[in-house]
Ligand binder design. Structure first.
Ligand code: ZN
Length: 306
C-alpha cells in the first residue's frame, strides 16, 4: 500500500519547449475513479435488478388476476346452469339465439374447459367477459326467471292449499273403521267396500275442511245423511258424512280449517261418527295417505299408554 500513498512525478519532455511536470498521487486517483464509475454502475445494477423484480411481480400479479378471473367465470358458469334449471322449472323457454353483433365476443357462447382457460388469455379479457356474463345473468334473473318463478310458486302454494291434508277433527277421537274391504256392520252381506275412514268423537264436535275449495254439495240425502262435498280443484274432493248439522251452503268458498258441520248420526250410521272420504279424479283414495298427522298422533298416544 505504501507506493499508493507516495506521489509520483511524471516529466514530459518536449522539443524546444519547457517540459510538463505531472505530479500524481495514485490513491486519490483510484478513489476518484471508483466514485466516478462505481456509483453509476452500482445504480445501474440496482435498477436492472429492480426492473427484473418488478417484472416478476407483474407476471405473478397477472397470473393471480387470470386465476381470479377464471374462478369468477366458472362460478358464473355454475350460476348460469342453475338459472337454466330455474328457468326450466318456471316454464321459461330457452332463447334460440342471443341478440347483438354476431362479430362481438359473445360470453354466453363461451364455455370454459375443465380446469379453467389457458394462461394465454389476458386477465382483462377474462374479467370483461365475466362482467358481461354477470350482467346478462342479472338481467335474465330479474326480467325472466323471478317473475316466472313467482307465478310457479303461487300456483304451487295454491295447489298445496287445495291438497287435502290433515285430520277433519281438532279434538280427541278414535278411528273406528279404516278404508278398504271390511265386514258389513249392517249384516246384510258379509263384506263391503268402505270408501273412507270413520272417526268417533262426541256428538256435535265441529268438523273442519282439510283443504281450500268450494262446497259442491251440502244436503241431507241417502246413506250419507247430512253430508258435505268440497271440490278442491286439481281433481281433489273430500266428503264429510253423517253430520248432525250442516254449517256451509253449496257454492261457498272454503278455507282449510273452516267448520263445515257438526258430528252426528244421520243416514246409514250405527252411532255418532264422521265418515271422511278423499277422492282424486272421482275415485276414492285411502285418506290415510293424506293424514300424516294421524299416524304421528297414534304413535304418541300408543307410546303414552305403554
Ligand atoms: Zn264410514
Amino acid at each position: 500500500m505504501g507506493h499508493l500513498t507516495k506521489s509520483h512525478t511524471i516529466l514530459i519532455a518536449r522539443t524546444g519547449q519547457e517540459p510538463i511536470t505531472l505530479c500524481l498521487r495514485p490513491l486519490p486517483i483510484l478513489i476518484g475513479a471508483a466514485i466516478a464509475f462505481g456509483i453509476p454502475l452500482t445504480w445501474a445494477g440496482i435498477t436492472v435488478a429492480s426492473i427484473f423484480q418488478n417484472n416478476q411481480q407483474l407476471t405473478r400479479r397477472n397470473q393471480e388476476l387470470s386465476e381470479t378471473a377464471t374462478e369468477v367465470l366458472s362460478e358464473i358458469n355454475q350460476l348460469d346452469a342453475e338459472i337454466k334449471t330455474l328457468k326450466r322449472r318456471a316454464g321459461v323457454s330457452e332463447d334460440p339465439s342471443p341478440e347483438g353483433d354476431p362479430e362481438a365476443l359473445n360470453p354466453s357462447q363461451t364455455t370454459l374447459p375443465q380446469g379453467g382457460l389457458p394462461n394465454t388469455v389476458p386477465p382483462e379479457t377474462l374479467l370483461s367477459l365475466a362482467k358481461q356474463r354477470g350482467n346478462q345473468l342479472t338481467d335474465q334473473l330479474q326480467q325472466e326467471v323471478s317473475p316466472a318463478l313467482e307465478d310457479t310458486l303461487a300456483a304451487e302454494a295454491h295447489r298445496k292449499a287445495a291438497f287435502p291434508d290433515g285430520i277433519p277433527l281438532q279434538t280427541d277421537f278414535r278411528v273406528s273403521s279404516e278404508f278398504g274391504v271390511r265386514s258389513n256392520p249392517f249384516g246384510r252381506r258379509n263384506y263391503e267396500m268402505h270408501n273412507g275412514i270413520d272417526f268417533v268423537a262426541p256428538y256435535g264436535t265441529p268438523i273442519h275442511a282439510t283443504a281450500d275449495g268450494t262446497v259442491t254439495r251440502s244436503q241431507n240425502t241417502g246413506g250419507f245423511g247430512k253430508h258435505v262435498i268440497i271440490d278442491h280443484g286439481y281433481n281433489y274432493e273430500t266428503l264429510y258424512a253423517h253430520m248432525s248439522e250442516l254449517k256451509v251452503t253449496e257454492g261457498q268458498t272454503i278455507r282449510r280449517g273452516d267448520i263445515v258441520g257438526l258430528l252426528g248420526n244421520t243416514g246409514r250410521s250405527s252411532g255418532p261418527h264422521l265418515h271422511y272420504e278423499v277422492h282424486r279424479g272421482q275415485k276414492p283414495l285411502n285418506p290415510r295417505r293424506y293424514l300424516k298427522e294421524l299416524s304421528k298422533m297414534e304413535q304418541t298416544s300408543s307410546a303414552a299408554e305403554d
